[in-house]
Design a protein around this ligand. Structure first.
Ligand code: NAD
Ligand code: UDP
Length: 327
């Protein structure tokens, strides 16, 4: 148990990252309040925590004000995969912007420390490589990804204005592609898509020529970064990049997954989605120096754990569509 047991709110706590964070916080001896509207999250993700008396679950949409008493807030509520955030783009912007206003208002009333899960998408299709935190980005404000990118950019603005205007203690993490167990099997993200396709023996769908790059961080590494940032001195507000600086092309990822699953899947080319960033890789010098943090799980190890998770999920027949479930 930590010296002081804190009451910690995690919005989006039933999602992929949120469920891992709730687990880490409860096992570190804190009382966790998980708030979620289950748009893309699920009770299955936090089923093991539900019997724990130090874990509480509340169905709530962050677009509406919330009155609870906590010491710290992690604001993760927001669909994160392109399929999910483009499903109802107006709701995505509302979740980012109104959700941030409501959670910042709550933090202000409670004088609570608040963490924002921002994203590498604030850099858009970057013209600087790798991306450092001072790069201001190249986002198309009227494209199909804008509801997410601009929503997250506006949320960052709100965090820094609350910090300057109301002296709120803030932490802003810019998260790069993260993968691991509890990703949604049908969220269209590249790691989950390729693994599920490989395990089912279906064609692996590479969009474009497969030369676009991403840098994939294993979930446990990322959550460690969250905890270090929240625990850092108050002048460490961020924004701070959290991600794995090892760049991989989408084509190489497909190959690795085919090898690791022993699949006979063939490659199928599909058109590249609009505004799909060509190259993305974090510069994590700031995280290294301010948090002493860097990822330690190699891609192969993380992929093996993720493959084992999806294998189990498919065997249990639990691979349903999140969008269908939310209707
Ligand atoms: P996820 O979709 O699994 O989790 C998001 C959670 O928020 C879900 O449980 C969903 O039901 C909930 N939610 C959505 N709208 C809500 C609302 N209005 N009110 C309450 N709950 C709501 O996605 P994730 O990958 O776990 O992402 C978590 C956070 O991290 C998001 O803010 C996302 O933008 C950010 N992020 C994730 C990645 C990544 O690679 N996973 C990368 C960059 C940023
Ligand atoms: N991608 C792909 N095939 C898929 C899903 C995604 O080639 O079945 C590509 C996608 O076009 C992008 C990269 O993989 O270039 C990462 O996509 P993802 O949706 O995972 O995340 P994001 O684009 O938000 O980084």
């Amino acid at each position: 148990m930590p010296a002081t047991r804190k009451r910690i709110l995690v919005t989006g706590g039933a999602g992929f990252l949120g469920s891992h964070l709730c687990e880490r916080l409860v096992s570190a001896g804190h009382d966790v309040l998980c708030v979620d509207n289950y748009f893309t999250g699920s009770k299955d993700n936090i089923a093991a925590l539900i019997p724990n008396p130090h874990f509480e679950l509340l169905r709530h949409d962050v677009c509406f004000p919330l009155y609870v008493e906590v010491d710290e807030i992690y604001n993760l509520a927001c669909p994160a995969s392109p399929i999910h955030y483009q499903h109802d783009p107006v709701q995505t912007t509302k979740t980012s912007v109104s959700g941030a206003i409501n959670m910042l208002g709550l933090a202000k009333r409670l004088r609570a420390k608040i963490f924002q899960s921002s994203t590498s998408e604030v850099y858009g299709d970057p013209s600087v490589h790798p991306q450092t935190e001072d790069y201001r980005g190249n986002v198309n404000p009227i494209g199909p990804r804008a509801c997410y990118d601009e929503g997250k950019r506006c949320a960052e603005t709100l965090f820094f204005d609350y910090h300057r205007q109301h002296k709120l203690r803030i932490r802003v993490a810019r998260i790069f592609n993260t993968y691991g167990p509890r990703m949604h099997p049908n969220d269209g993200r590249v790691v989950s898509n390729f693994i599920v396709q490989a395990l089912k023996g279906e064609s692996i769908t590479i969009y474009g020529d497969g030369k676009q790059t991403r840098a994939f961080c294993y979930v446990d590494d990322l959550i460690e970064g969250f905890m270090r940032l929240m625990g850092a001195a108050d002048d460490v507000t961020g924004p701070i990049n959290l991600g794995n600086p090892v760049e991989t092309t989408v084509g190489e990822l497909a190959q690795r997954i085919i090898e690791l699953t022993g699949s006979r899947s063939k490659i199928e080319r599909r058109p590249l989605p609009v505004d799909d960033p060509v190259q993305r890789c974090p510069d994590i010098a700031r995280a290294r120096s301010l948090l002493g943090w860097e990822p330690s799980v190699p891609l192969e190890t993380g992929l093996k754990r993720t493959i084992a998770y999806f294998d189990r999920l498919l065997a249990e027949g639990r691979a349903t569509s999140a969008i269908a479930a939310a209707k």
